[in-house]
Design a protein around this ligand. Structure first.
Ligand code: SIN
Length: 305
């Protein structure tokens, strides 16, 4: 039997395989983007960029919890203009579709950021409306009106694919996915991290300097998987699964829940960049064992009850 084909199409962008990095761990410098590009991914996502430079929160910003991390980075980034220069230098060397993640403190800032980046030869954009510990950003994805305005503004600024990364902390993930679709999104990323915190027993206070953080890794997986499943039943646009994907088994569950592509973040910190090739070879063997030619046979399989 010929090897199964792992190519997928995401919002009109052809990916040689369904693996992407989750915005957050790497992806702010030419060096880290080049390292990701060599790791066998189908597409890359940058860390989230805002209009102005930000130092981020003071330390400690990341703490390990069983199976995962709680981060309170505070969206550190060099600002849009400096990042544009970095991308102009790195894009020719990347050779993979690249999505730029953008955030804003108001709905208008999304349209403005996308407009200023749109002339770069990037594949598309990911709107981060879901950071759970940065006042203002998560609230945009949490309000249907603000979400609609942010997506519409970005839509008016580009003809390129727009993915919208939503929060698992919403009362109705499906409803937010519908709002994003109606406002012009081409895909949903499910999900960002869960709002959380850790207490320092000795100091008798919150361990993270930012107090609240986002929980990622294995504890996030069942939550994010549920969001993918709900979104699959609510919208027609493609869904990218993200949350606690460490192995090909995790990946296969996300495809069955309805994802067409997946993003890996915290597992890079635990398993290194080899995690991407491990997941790919496991998926390929799994498809072969099931007699499937491609991933299409898995996507949404868990909905056929
Ligand atoms: C951060 O930089 O604080 C993390 C980004 C996010 O969770 O959206």
């Amino acid at each position: 039997m010929v090897k199964p084909c792992l190519q997928v199409e995401l919002a009109g962008v052809k990916l040689e395989n369904p693996l992407m990095n989750a915005s957050g761990i790497l992806g702010l410098t030419s060096y880290s983007l080049a390292r990701l590009a060599e790791a066998g991914l189908g597409a890359l996502v940058t860390k989230s960029i805002g209009l102005k430079p930000r130092l981020g929160n003071p330390n400690p910003t990341v703490v390990e919890v069983p199976g995962g991390l709680v981060n309170s980075m505070g969206l550190p980034n060099p600002g849009l203009e400096a990042f544009k220069s970095e991308l102009e230098e790195s894009l020719p060397k990347i050779g993979k579709p690249l999505f730029v993640s953008v955030f804003g403190f108001s709905p208008e800032e999304y349209g403005e950021a996308v407009k200023r980046l749109d002339r770069l030869p990037v594949a598309g954009f990911e709107l981060n409306v879901s950071c759970p510990h940065m006042g203002g950003v998560g609230e945009i994805g949490g309000s249907p009106e603000a979400l609609r305005e942010a997506v519409r503004g970005a839509r008016a600024s580009t003809g390129k694919p727009l993915l919208v990364k939503l929060s698992p902390n919403l009362t109705s993930f499906a409803e937010a996915a519908r709002v994003a679709e109606e406002a012009g999104a081409d895909g949903i990323v499910a999900t960002n991290t869960v709002r959380s915190m850790v207490i320092d027993l000795e100091a008798e206070r919150p361990l993270l300097a930012g107090v609240y953080g986002g929980l990622s890794g294995l504890p996030l997986k069942p939550v994010a998987l549920r969001c993918v499943y709900e979104a699959y039943e609510a919208v027609k646009i493609p869904i990218v699964g993200c949350g606690g994907i460490f192995t090909w088994r995790d990946a296969a569950e996300y495809f069955m829940a309805g994802a067409v592509a997946i993003q890996v973040g915290t597992a890079i910190a635990y398993r290194g960049l080899e995690v991407f090739r491990d997941i790919l070879s496991g998926l390929s063997a799994y498809l072969e064992a099931k007699g499937l030619d491609d991933l299409g046979g898995l996507v949404g399989a868990a909905h056929k009850r």
